[in-house]
Design a binder for this molecule. Sequence first.
Ligand SMILES: NC(=O)c1ccc[n+]([C@@H]2O[C@H](COP(=O)([O-])OP(=O)(O)OC[C@H]3O[C@@H](n4cnc5c(N)ncnc54)[C@H](O)[C@@H]3O)[C@@H](O)[C@H]2O)c1
Length: 392
Amino acid sequence: MKNAVVVGAGAMGHGIAELLAMAGLEVTIVDVDEEILKKAMDLIKWSLGKFVEKRRIREEDAKATMARLKTSMNLEDAVKSADLVVEAIAEEMGAKKDLFSKVDKAAPENAIIASNTSALSITEMGNATERPDKVVGMHFFNPPALMALVEVIKGDQTSDETVNTIVDLAKKMGKTPVICKKDVRGFLVNRVLALVFNEAFWNVYREEATKEEVDAAIKYKAGFPLGAFELADWIGLDVLYKVSKVMEEAYGEKAKLCPLVEKYFKEGKYGKKTGEGFYDWSVGMPRISFRLADKFDIDKIYAMAVNEAASLVYEDVATPGDIDVAIKLGLGWPSGPCELADKIGLDVALTKLKEMHAKYGEEMYKPSPLLEEYVSKGWLGRKAKRGFHEYE
Ligand SMILES: NC(=O)c1ccc[n+]([C@@H]2O[C@H](COP(=O)([O-])OP(=O)(O)OC[C@H]3O[C@@H](n4cnc5c(N)ncnc54)[C@H](O)[C@@H]3O)[C@@H](O)[C@H]2O)c1
Protein backbone atom coordinates (compact mmCIF):
# COMPACT_ATOMS: atom_id res chain seq x y z
CA MET A 1 0.00 0.00 0.00
CA LYS A 2 1.62 3.24 -1.19
CA ASN A 3 -0.95 5.89 -1.96
CA ALA A 4 -3.75 6.92 0.36
CA VAL A 5 -6.46 9.54 0.11
CA VAL A 6 -8.32 10.90 3.12
CA VAL A 7 -11.64 12.55 2.26
CA GLY A 8 -12.80 15.12 4.81
CA ALA A 9 -10.11 17.23 6.50
CA GLY A 10 -12.03 18.02 9.72
CA ALA A 11 -11.42 17.00 13.32
CA MET A 12 -10.75 13.33 12.42
CA GLY A 13 -9.56 13.47 8.81
CA HIS A 14 -6.45 15.55 9.38
CA GLY A 15 -5.31 13.29 12.22
CA ILE A 16 -5.84 10.14 10.15
CA ALA A 17 -3.89 11.70 7.25
CA GLU A 18 -1.04 12.55 9.61
CA LEU A 19 -0.84 8.95 10.86
CA LEU A 20 -0.91 7.48 7.35
CA ALA A 21 1.90 9.81 6.26
CA MET A 22 3.90 8.96 9.40
CA ALA A 23 3.52 5.29 8.44
CA GLY A 24 5.22 6.09 5.12
CA LEU A 25 2.28 6.42 2.73
CA GLU A 26 1.89 9.22 0.19
CA VAL A 27 -1.28 10.96 1.31
CA THR A 28 -3.66 13.36 -0.43
CA ILE A 29 -6.25 15.08 1.76
CA VAL A 30 -9.45 16.05 -0.02
CA ASP A 31 -12.11 18.47 1.20
CA VAL A 32 -14.74 20.72 -0.34
CA ASP A 33 -13.48 23.68 1.68
CA GLU A 34 -10.10 25.21 0.85
CA GLU A 35 -9.78 26.96 4.21
CA ILE A 36 -10.28 23.66 6.05
CA LEU A 37 -7.56 22.05 3.93
CA LYS A 38 -5.16 24.84 4.84
CA LYS A 39 -6.07 24.54 8.50
CA ALA A 40 -5.61 20.75 8.35
CA MET A 41 -2.05 21.11 7.06
CA ASP A 42 -1.28 23.68 9.78
CA LEU A 43 -2.69 21.39 12.46
CA ILE A 44 -0.66 18.41 11.20
CA LYS A 45 2.50 20.53 11.20
CA TRP A 46 1.75 21.64 14.75
CA SER A 47 1.07 18.06 15.89
CA LEU A 48 4.28 16.72 14.29
CA GLY A 49 6.14 19.53 16.06
CA LYS A 50 4.71 18.30 19.36
CA PHE A 51 5.88 14.75 18.61
CA VAL A 52 9.39 16.11 17.93
CA GLU A 53 9.28 18.17 21.14
CA LYS A 54 8.35 15.03 23.11
CA ARG A 55 11.06 13.05 21.30
CA ARG A 56 8.55 10.60 19.88
CA ILE A 57 9.94 11.28 16.38
CA ARG A 58 12.97 13.06 14.95
CA GLU A 59 12.91 16.44 13.22
CA GLU A 60 13.80 14.84 9.86
CA ASP A 61 10.92 12.33 10.24
CA ALA A 62 8.51 15.23 10.74
CA LYS A 63 9.86 16.95 7.62
CA ALA A 64 9.64 13.74 5.58
CA THR A 65 6.08 13.19 6.83
CA MET A 66 5.05 16.71 5.75
CA ALA A 67 6.63 16.08 2.33
CA ARG A 68 4.39 13.01 1.88
CA LEU A 69 1.22 15.08 2.39
CA LYS A 70 -0.67 17.16 -0.13
CA THR A 71 -4.18 18.54 -0.51
CA SER A 72 -6.72 18.58 -3.30
CA MET A 73 -10.28 19.67 -3.97
CA ASN A 74 -10.63 17.35 -6.93
CA LEU A 75 -11.82 13.99 -5.59
CA GLU A 76 -11.81 12.05 -8.88
CA ASP A 77 -8.29 13.16 -9.71
CA ALA A 78 -6.99 12.49 -6.18
CA VAL A 79 -8.26 8.89 -5.97
CA LYS A 80 -7.25 7.75 -9.43
CA SER A 81 -4.03 6.11 -8.24
CA ALA A 82 -5.10 5.38 -4.64
CA ASP A 83 -4.56 2.02 -2.93
CA LEU A 84 -6.67 3.17 -0.01
CA VAL A 85 -9.34 5.84 0.48
CA VAL A 86 -10.39 6.73 4.03
CA GLU A 87 -13.65 8.63 4.31
CA ALA A 88 -14.06 11.07 7.22
CA ILE A 89 -16.81 13.42 6.03
CA ALA A 90 -19.96 14.37 7.98
CA GLU A 91 -21.92 11.58 9.70
CA GLU A 92 -24.72 11.45 7.14
CA MET A 93 -25.59 8.30 5.19
CA GLY A 94 -26.78 10.08 2.04
CA ALA A 95 -23.53 12.05 1.74
CA LYS A 96 -21.42 8.98 2.51
CA LYS A 97 -23.18 6.80 -0.07
CA ASP A 98 -22.83 9.50 -2.69
CA LEU A 99 -19.11 9.78 -1.92
CA PHE A 100 -18.56 6.00 -1.94
CA SER A 101 -20.22 5.71 -5.33
CA LYS A 102 -18.03 8.52 -6.77
CA VAL A 103 -14.84 7.04 -5.31
CA ASP A 104 -15.80 3.58 -6.61
CA LYS A 105 -16.08 4.90 -10.14
CA ALA A 106 -12.81 6.86 -10.07
CA ALA A 107 -10.44 4.73 -7.94
CA PRO A 108 -8.44 1.70 -9.18
CA GLU A 109 -10.35 -1.59 -9.07
CA ASN A 110 -8.31 -3.04 -6.19
CA ALA A 111 -8.40 0.02 -3.92
CA ILE A 112 -9.92 -0.39 -0.45
CA ILE A 113 -12.48 2.20 0.65
CA ALA A 114 -12.70 2.62 4.43
CA SER A 115 -15.10 4.69 6.50
CA ASN A 116 -14.37 6.33 9.83
CA THR A 117 -18.09 6.44 10.67
CA SER A 118 -19.00 6.34 14.37
CA ALA A 119 -22.37 4.69 13.98
CA LEU A 120 -23.52 4.13 10.40
CA SER A 121 -23.75 0.90 8.41
CA ILE A 122 -20.62 -0.19 6.54
CA THR A 123 -22.75 -2.68 4.58
CA GLU A 124 -24.95 0.13 3.26
CA MET A 125 -21.92 2.13 2.14
CA GLY A 126 -20.50 -1.00 0.49
CA ASN A 127 -23.76 -1.48 -1.39
CA ALA A 128 -23.32 1.97 -2.94
CA THR A 129 -20.24 0.57 -4.73
CA GLU A 130 -19.39 -2.28 -7.12
CA ARG A 131 -16.77 -3.52 -4.62
CA PRO A 132 -18.56 -4.20 -1.29
CA ASP A 133 -15.85 -6.79 -0.49
CA LYS A 134 -13.33 -3.93 -0.37
CA VAL A 135 -15.41 -1.60 1.80
CA VAL A 136 -14.59 -1.68 5.51
CA GLY A 137 -14.94 0.33 8.71
CA MET A 138 -11.79 1.89 10.13
CA HIS A 139 -12.97 3.68 13.24
CA PHE A 140 -10.40 5.91 14.92
CA PHE A 141 -10.91 7.67 18.23
CA ASN A 142 -10.49 11.36 18.88
CA PRO A 143 -7.76 12.63 18.62
CA PRO A 144 -6.45 9.96 16.21
CA ALA A 145 -2.83 10.97 16.72
CA LEU A 146 -3.02 10.10 20.43
CA MET A 147 -5.72 7.45 20.84
CA ALA A 148 -4.33 3.95 20.39
CA LEU A 149 -7.51 2.14 19.39
CA VAL A 150 -8.87 1.40 15.90
CA GLU A 151 -12.07 -0.62 15.48
CA VAL A 152 -11.96 -2.52 12.19
CA ILE A 153 -15.51 -3.29 11.07
CA LYS A 154 -16.51 -6.05 8.69
CA GLY A 155 -19.57 -5.21 6.61
CA ASP A 156 -21.81 -8.09 5.49
CA GLN A 157 -19.79 -8.45 2.29
CA THR A 158 -16.34 -7.28 3.40
CA SER A 159 -13.71 -9.93 2.63
CA ASP A 160 -11.34 -11.31 5.26
CA GLU A 161 -8.48 -10.14 3.06
CA THR A 162 -9.70 -6.53 3.30
CA VAL A 163 -10.09 -6.80 7.09
CA ASN A 164 -6.58 -8.28 7.43
CA THR A 165 -5.05 -5.57 5.24
CA ILE A 166 -6.62 -2.85 7.41
CA VAL A 167 -5.60 -4.62 10.63
CA ASP A 168 -2.00 -4.74 9.38
CA LEU A 169 -2.12 -1.11 8.30
CA ALA A 170 -3.48 -0.01 11.69
CA LYS A 171 -0.57 -1.83 13.38
CA LYS A 172 1.88 -0.16 11.00
CA MET A 173 0.35 3.16 12.08
CA GLY A 174 1.25 2.27 15.68
CA LYS A 175 -2.36 1.55 16.66
CA THR A 176 -4.03 -1.41 18.34
CA PRO A 177 -6.76 -2.77 16.08
CA VAL A 178 -9.74 -4.79 17.32
CA ILE A 179 -12.06 -6.62 14.97
CA CYS A 180 -15.79 -6.03 14.98
CA LYS A 181 -16.90 -9.15 13.08
CA LYS A 182 -20.40 -7.87 12.42
CA ASP A 183 -21.70 -4.53 11.22
CA VAL A 184 -23.70 -3.78 14.36
CA ARG A 185 -24.63 -0.26 15.35
CA GLY A 186 -22.27 1.23 17.89
CA PHE A 187 -19.60 -1.35 17.03
CA LEU A 188 -17.85 -2.35 20.30
CA VAL A 189 -17.02 0.75 22.31
CA ASN A 190 -20.15 2.78 21.66
CA ARG A 191 -22.39 -0.21 22.26
CA VAL A 192 -21.08 -0.75 25.76
CA LEU A 193 -20.88 2.98 26.41
CA ALA A 194 -24.49 3.57 25.28
CA LEU A 195 -25.85 1.13 27.88
CA VAL A 196 -23.64 2.58 30.61
CA PHE A 197 -24.68 6.12 29.71
CA ASN A 198 -28.33 5.11 29.77
CA GLU A 199 -28.06 3.58 33.21
CA ALA A 200 -26.54 6.81 34.54
CA PHE A 201 -29.19 8.97 32.83
CA TRP A 202 -32.18 6.85 33.87
CA ASN A 203 -31.09 6.82 37.51
CA VAL A 204 -31.03 10.60 37.60
CA TYR A 205 -34.25 10.86 35.57
CA ARG A 206 -35.98 8.54 38.06
CA GLU A 207 -34.55 10.71 40.85
CA GLU A 208 -32.79 7.78 42.46
CA ALA A 209 -29.47 9.63 42.44
CA THR A 210 -28.02 13.00 41.48
CA LYS A 211 -25.65 13.38 38.56
CA GLU A 212 -22.84 14.25 40.96
CA GLU A 213 -23.43 11.04 42.95
CA VAL A 214 -23.42 8.90 39.80
CA ASP A 215 -20.29 10.61 38.47
CA ALA A 216 -18.51 10.35 41.82
CA ALA A 217 -19.13 6.58 41.97
CA ILE A 218 -17.99 6.13 38.37
CA LYS A 219 -14.81 8.14 38.86
CA TYR A 220 -13.76 7.17 42.36
CA LYS A 221 -15.15 3.65 42.74
CA ALA A 222 -14.86 2.33 39.19
CA GLY A 223 -11.83 4.46 38.34
CA PHE A 224 -13.13 5.53 34.93
CA PRO A 225 -11.43 8.74 33.75
CA LEU A 226 -14.67 10.76 33.60
CA GLY A 227 -18.15 10.45 35.08
CA ALA A 228 -21.00 9.69 32.66
CA PHE A 229 -22.42 13.21 32.79
CA GLU A 230 -18.99 14.81 32.47
CA LEU A 231 -18.19 12.60 29.49
CA ALA A 232 -21.55 13.34 27.87
CA ASP A 233 -20.87 17.08 28.18
CA TRP A 234 -17.37 16.54 26.84
CA ILE A 235 -18.59 14.62 23.78
CA GLY A 236 -21.44 17.09 23.23
CA LEU A 237 -25.11 16.34 23.78
CA ASP A 238 -25.82 17.07 20.09
CA VAL A 239 -23.51 14.22 19.05
CA LEU A 240 -24.71 11.99 21.89
CA TYR A 241 -28.36 12.60 21.00
CA LYS A 242 -27.77 11.64 17.36
CA VAL A 243 -25.85 8.47 18.27
CA SER A 244 -28.50 7.58 20.89
CA LYS A 245 -31.18 7.86 18.22
CA VAL A 246 -29.26 5.49 15.94
CA MET A 247 -28.87 3.07 18.85
CA GLU A 248 -32.54 3.29 19.79
CA GLU A 249 -33.55 2.61 16.20
CA ALA A 250 -31.27 -0.43 16.06
CA TYR A 251 -31.95 -1.93 19.49
CA GLY A 252 -35.40 -0.61 20.43
CA GLU A 253 -36.43 -0.79 24.10
CA LYS A 254 -33.00 -2.05 25.15
CA ALA A 255 -31.47 1.29 24.17
CA LYS A 256 -34.48 3.45 24.99
CA LEU A 257 -33.47 7.10 24.89
CA CYS A 258 -33.71 8.79 28.28
CA PRO A 259 -35.90 11.92 28.19
CA LEU A 260 -33.21 13.71 30.17
CA VAL A 261 -30.88 13.71 27.13
CA GLU A 262 -33.68 14.88 24.87
CA LYS A 263 -34.45 17.76 27.24
CA TYR A 264 -30.90 19.10 27.27
CA PHE A 265 -30.56 18.59 23.52
CA LYS A 266 -33.76 20.52 22.78
CA GLU A 267 -32.67 23.35 25.07
CA GLY A 268 -29.42 23.64 23.08
CA LYS A 269 -27.39 22.79 26.19
CA TYR A 270 -24.76 20.70 24.42
CA GLY A 271 -22.14 20.69 27.17
CA LYS A 272 -18.58 21.98 27.03
CA LYS A 273 -18.93 23.46 23.54
CA THR A 274 -21.88 25.70 24.51
CA GLY A 275 -20.65 26.39 28.04
CA GLU A 276 -23.59 24.59 29.59
CA GLY A 277 -24.85 21.03 29.57
CA PHE A 278 -25.38 18.79 32.56
CA TYR A 279 -22.69 20.92 34.19
CA ASP A 280 -21.82 24.61 33.98
CA TRP A 281 -18.57 24.70 32.00
CA SER A 282 -18.22 28.47 32.11
CA VAL A 283 -16.56 28.01 35.53
CA GLY A 284 -14.16 25.27 34.32
CA MET A 285 -14.13 21.49 34.79
CA PRO A 286 -16.92 20.18 37.07
CA ARG A 287 -15.85 19.55 40.65
CA ILE A 288 -17.12 16.19 41.78
CA SER A 289 -16.70 15.40 45.43
CA PHE A 290 -15.08 12.15 46.50
CA ARG A 291 -17.50 12.08 49.44
CA LEU A 292 -20.46 11.31 47.15
CA ALA A 293 -18.94 8.11 45.78
CA ASP A 294 -20.84 5.81 48.18
CA LYS A 295 -24.22 7.31 47.39
CA PHE A 296 -24.68 5.46 44.11
CA ASP A 297 -24.48 1.69 43.62
CA ILE A 298 -21.68 1.24 41.08
CA ASP A 299 -22.68 -2.41 40.58
CA LYS A 300 -25.56 -1.10 38.46
CA ILE A 301 -23.07 0.37 35.99
CA TYR A 302 -20.93 -2.79 36.06
CA ALA A 303 -23.97 -4.98 35.44
CA MET A 304 -24.90 -3.00 32.31
CA ALA A 305 -21.36 -3.10 30.91
CA VAL A 306 -21.01 -6.83 31.62
CA ASN A 307 -24.39 -7.62 30.09
CA GLU A 308 -23.63 -5.72 26.89
CA ALA A 309 -20.23 -7.36 26.58
CA ALA A 310 -21.99 -10.73 27.00
CA SER A 311 -24.42 -9.78 24.21
CA LEU A 312 -21.50 -8.90 21.92
CA VAL A 313 -19.90 -12.31 22.56
CA TYR A 314 -23.25 -14.09 22.23
CA GLU A 315 -23.90 -12.43 18.85
CA ASP A 316 -20.34 -13.32 17.77
CA VAL A 317 -19.50 -9.66 17.16
CA ALA A 318 -16.15 -9.86 18.96
CA THR A 319 -14.03 -11.94 21.28
CA PRO A 320 -13.90 -11.12 25.02
CA GLY A 321 -10.22 -10.20 24.53
CA ASP A 322 -10.99 -7.67 21.80
CA ILE A 323 -13.91 -6.20 23.77
CA ASP A 324 -11.65 -5.68 26.80
CA VAL A 325 -8.91 -4.06 24.71
CA ALA A 326 -11.45 -1.81 22.96
CA ILE A 327 -12.97 -0.53 26.20
CA LYS A 328 -9.65 -0.02 27.96
CA LEU A 329 -8.10 1.88 25.05
CA GLY A 330 -11.25 3.60 23.79
CA LEU A 331 -12.66 4.68 27.15
CA GLY A 332 -9.68 4.44 29.50
CA TRP A 333 -11.36 2.06 31.94
CA PRO A 334 -8.88 0.22 34.18
CA SER A 335 -10.43 -3.16 33.17
CA GLY A 336 -12.49 -4.26 30.21
CA PRO A 337 -16.07 -5.43 30.92
CA CYS A 338 -15.21 -9.14 30.50
CA GLU A 339 -12.27 -8.84 32.89
CA LEU A 340 -14.53 -6.91 35.23
CA ALA A 341 -17.16 -9.65 35.12
CA ASP A 342 -14.52 -12.25 35.91
CA LYS A 343 -13.32 -10.15 38.83
CA ILE A 344 -16.68 -9.37 40.46
CA GLY A 345 -18.23 -12.74 39.53
CA LEU A 346 -20.58 -13.42 36.64
CA ASP A 347 -23.14 -14.68 39.16
CA VAL A 348 -22.99 -11.35 41.01
CA ALA A 349 -23.57 -9.39 37.78
CA LEU A 350 -26.42 -11.72 36.82
CA THR A 351 -28.11 -11.37 40.20
CA LYS A 352 -27.88 -7.59 39.93
CA LEU A 353 -29.46 -7.62 36.47
CA LYS A 354 -32.26 -9.90 37.63
CA GLU A 355 -32.92 -7.59 40.57
CA MET A 356 -33.09 -4.56 38.29
CA HIS A 357 -35.24 -6.40 35.76
CA ALA A 358 -37.69 -7.42 38.49
CA LYS A 359 -37.81 -3.88 39.87
CA TYR A 360 -38.25 -1.89 36.66
CA GLY A 361 -39.48 -4.52 34.19
CA GLU A 362 -37.42 -2.86 31.46
CA GLU A 363 -35.95 -4.69 28.48
CA MET A 364 -32.56 -3.02 29.09
CA TYR A 365 -32.08 -5.13 32.25
CA LYS A 366 -32.85 -8.48 30.65
CA PRO A 367 -29.79 -10.68 31.14
CA SER A 368 -28.00 -11.88 28.01
CA PRO A 369 -28.54 -15.62 27.39
CA LEU A 370 -24.74 -16.00 27.35
CA LEU A 371 -24.45 -14.70 30.91
CA GLU A 372 -27.17 -17.12 32.06
CA GLU A 373 -25.43 -19.97 30.24
CA TYR A 374 -21.98 -19.24 31.68
CA VAL A 375 -23.35 -18.99 35.22
CA SER A 376 -25.30 -22.23 34.87
CA LYS A 377 -22.10 -23.95 33.66
CA GLY A 378 -20.28 -22.65 36.70
CA TRP A 379 -18.15 -20.21 34.70
CA LEU A 380 -18.33 -17.59 37.41
CA GLY A 381 -15.06 -15.80 36.74
CA ARG A 382 -11.71 -15.78 38.51
CA LYS A 383 -13.02 -17.63 41.57
CA ALA A 384 -14.00 -20.57 39.30
CA LYS A 385 -10.87 -20.19 37.12
CA ARG A 386 -13.19 -19.75 34.15
CA GLY A 387 -15.50 -16.93 33.13
CA PHE A 388 -15.15 -14.90 29.94
CA HIS A 389 -11.46 -15.76 30.19
CA GLU A 390 -9.64 -18.80 31.55
CA TYR A 391 -7.27 -18.61 34.53
CA GLU A 392 -4.50 -20.90 35.78
N1 LIG B 1 -15.23 13.87 16.04
C1 LIG B 1 -15.12 12.71 16.65
O1 LIG B 1 -14.90 12.62 17.87
C2 LIG B 1 -15.25 11.44 15.87
C3 LIG B 1 -14.69 10.25 16.38
C4 LIG B 1 -14.76 9.08 15.60
C5 LIG B 1 -15.38 9.10 14.38
N2 LIG B 1 -15.95 10.27 13.90
C6 LIG B 1 -16.58 10.24 12.58
O2 LIG B 1 -15.66 10.79 11.63
C7 LIG B 1 -16.38 11.45 10.59
C8 LIG B 1 -15.90 12.88 10.49
O3 LIG B 1 -16.13 13.53 11.72
P1 LIG B 1 -15.41 14.90 12.10
O4 LIG B 1 -15.71 15.14 13.53
O5 LIG B 1 -14.00 14.89 11.63
O6 LIG B 1 -16.26 15.94 11.19
P2 LIG B 1 -15.90 17.42 10.77
O7 LIG B 1 -17.18 18.13 10.57
O8 LIG B 1 -14.87 18.02 11.68
O9 LIG B 1 -15.19 17.23 9.34
C9 LIG B 1 -15.85 16.80 8.20
C10 LIG B 1 -15.15 17.41 7.00
O10 LIG B 1 -15.67 16.80 5.82
C11 LIG B 1 -15.76 17.80 4.82
N3 LIG B 1 -16.72 17.30 3.83
C12 LIG B 1 -18.06 17.17 3.96
N4 LIG B 1 -18.58 16.62 2.85
C13 LIG B 1 -17.53 16.39 2.01
C14 LIG B 1 -17.42 15.81 0.72
N5 LIG B 1 -18.49 15.35 0.08
N6 LIG B 1 -16.19 15.71 0.17
C15 LIG B 1 -15.11 16.17 0.81
N7 LIG B 1 -15.15 16.71 2.04
C16 LIG B 1 -16.35 16.81 2.63
C17 LIG B 1 -16.19 19.04 5.56
O11 LIG B 1 -15.87 20.21 4.81
C18 LIG B 1 -15.39 18.92 6.85
O12 LIG B 1 -14.14 19.56 6.73
C19 LIG B 1 -17.86 11.29 10.93
O13 LIG B 1 -18.37 10.16 10.27
C20 LIG B 1 -17.83 11.06 12.44
O14 LIG B 1 -18.96 10.36 12.90
C21 LIG B 1 -15.87 11.43 14.61
